[in-house]
Design a protein. Structure first.
Length: 502
């Protein structure tokens, strides 16, 4: 395959950008009046409006050509079918199988994984039903009411974000906590709120070697042993891991281990037993609605032509701005307090997946890859960083996420006002009051904040990231920089302890 920056589509896009760079969004709005720029996925309750972008029919056609030259459709089929798309770790990235609501067979090394996934669904349902019905008892014979999730990265960010977003569905008699930081201040603060007789710890680590998680697990176990006396504390700890034997060595019973698989990356594991705490909170039926929303987005991603495909369009627009306008950042701004944790979740998903400088062939890239993703919740962000968006010297393309149901008039008015002024600006007699506009952005609407729409939204961003990784020819599913940082920290830790005579 020809070098990316020497490919036909890349060169055509460079020439096209030169013609577009003096265009304003107001001019493009007039010229593109009949250009269809809203796409709705009705079954999932989600829609994309990308009208406020430096994107014409020709732009989209050239971006589509870039996708086709890089065999995007072949890559999508490879992802869904279980091919080895995680090249440096030599395995599939089959998180989509975890929400395969059709139950059609999906094979890994000749083995249909769907019965295994269904078995975990059943195990999660039975376990969560017991707790929700107050029939799962601790060592004292009292029901569990406190659920503490011990995990970090993908083992925390997704479930924590979803539990807050869907807190109105949470069963009333249970309390939920998340512990991730190696600093013991966090877990000690958490334990102050918990009665050991009524507390369950979900220890979530794919490898069961994550240092932060194991340290916090040991603190939790010591706390439990101090108060339980001679009583058996096995019912107070469950594990979520792909390293089942390691969990057993740590003292977990087989029936208290919820399996993961090596072909599910941590930051893509929200669809798995990593979300056991979420299932306990909202019930398995609601969790399956969450999976269904993602499944509907998967079908859309697989079956829809590029120029009508929501994840593909978002992915290609990100490349358009990153590589041809040199705008190397993006903001995600949900206009709903329930989605306050979404930007942090997407930050890990995006930046850990696309922060790569080596191509799949082992050679360095000669173009920009993953850009900085950040954000905050509206309207708070309007009193924080929107001044930078509106009048700063750095152009920051944005995704506004706007729920349409509920008490949204105030939020909708503010979101649409920000959209209007970012796109078209504001004239004034005083120079310091002038807002130039021409700041591109998307508006993603959700019919409501519910499990199905959120499943579709998260799957949308997963697929957007995959699109960009294919065009940039990098591996979206490894994170060797993170792994090396962990190893070095352990070596330094041993050195510090030796110096202190420990």
């Amino acid at each position: 395959m020809k070098k990316l920056i020497k490919s036909k589509a890349w060169k055509l896009l460079q020439r096209h950008q030169q013609k577009m760079q003096n265009k304003t969004l107001r001019e493009l709005k007039t010229e593109n009046y009949n250009f269809l720029q809203t796409i709705e996925l009705k079954e999932a309750g989600i829609a994309l409006n990308f009208a406020h972008n430096f994107c014409t029919q020709k732009t989209l056609a050239l971006l589509d050509q870039l996708a086709k030259e890089n065999r995007l459709q072949v890559a999508i089929q490879a992802l869904i079918s279980g091919a080895e798309v995680n090249r440096t770790e030599h395995r599939p990235a089959l998180h989509t199988s975890l929400r395969n609501m059709s139950l059609d067979p999906i094979y890994v090394n000749g083995h249909n994984v769907m019965p295994d996934i269904q078995a975990v669904w059943d195990k999660m349902q039975k376990f969560s039903d017991l707790i929700r019905a107050q029939k799962y008892l601790g060592y004292s014979g009292e029901p569990i009411v406190n659920i503490v999730n011990i995990g970090i990265g993908g083992s925390e960010l997704g479930p924590k974000m979803m539990l807050y977003a869907l807190k109105e569905l949470k069963t009333a008699n249970l309390n939920f906590y998340f512990v991730s930081n190696l600093d013991p201040e966090q877990i000690h603060e958490c334990l102050k709120s918990c009665d050991p007789k009524k507390t369950l710890f979900i220890v979530s680590s794919k490898s069961f070697e994550t240092h932060e998680t194991l340290v916090n697990y040991s603190i939790a176990k010591e706390w439990m042993l101090k108060t339980s006396g001679e009583n058996n504390i096995e019912n107070h700890f469950v594990a979520v891991t792909s390293a089942v034997e390691k969990a057993k060595v740590q003292g977990f019973k087989q029936e208290h281990i919820f399996p993961l698989w090596s072909w599910v990356g941590g930051r893509y594991s929200i669809w798995s037993a990593t979300s056991l705490g979420l299932v306990i909170a909202i019930g398995m039926q609601n969790f399956k609605e969450f999976l269904t929303g993602a499944f509907l987005m998967d079908r859309h991603f697989i079956e829809t032509p590029n120029t009508r495909n929501i994840p593909v369009i978002l992915g290609l627009l990100g490349i358009w701005y990153n590589n041809f306008y040199n705008w190397n950042t993006q903001a995600v701004i949900p206009y709903a307090q329930l989605l306050v944790l979404l930007p942090e979740y997407l930050q890990q998903l995006h930046m850990e997946s696309l922060g790569k400088h080596i191509k799949n062939n082992g050679q360095p890239v000669d173009y920009a890859t993953g850009y900085v993703l950040w954000g905050g919740v509206g309207t708070n962000s309007q009193h924080s960083f929107h001044q930078f968006l509106l009048q700063g010297t750095t152009i920051v393309p944005c995704d506004f996420i706007l729920p349409l149901q509920g008490e949204t008039d105030e939020m909708m008015a503010n979101c649409l006002a920000q959209s209007e002024i970012l796109a078209y600006g504001h004239g004034a007699h005083s120079p310091h009051k002038i807002i130039e506009g021409n700041r591109p952005h998307n508006i993603i609407t959700l019919n409501a904040i519910n499990p199905r729409s959120l499943g579709a939204l998260i799957a949308l961003y997963e697929h957007k990231i995959y699109v960009q990784s294919i065009i940039w020819r990098i591996d979206a599913f490894d994170q060797w920089g993170v792994q090396q940082g962990k190893k070095l920290a352990q070596r330094i830790l041993q050195l510090l302890r030796r110096r202190r005579g420990e």
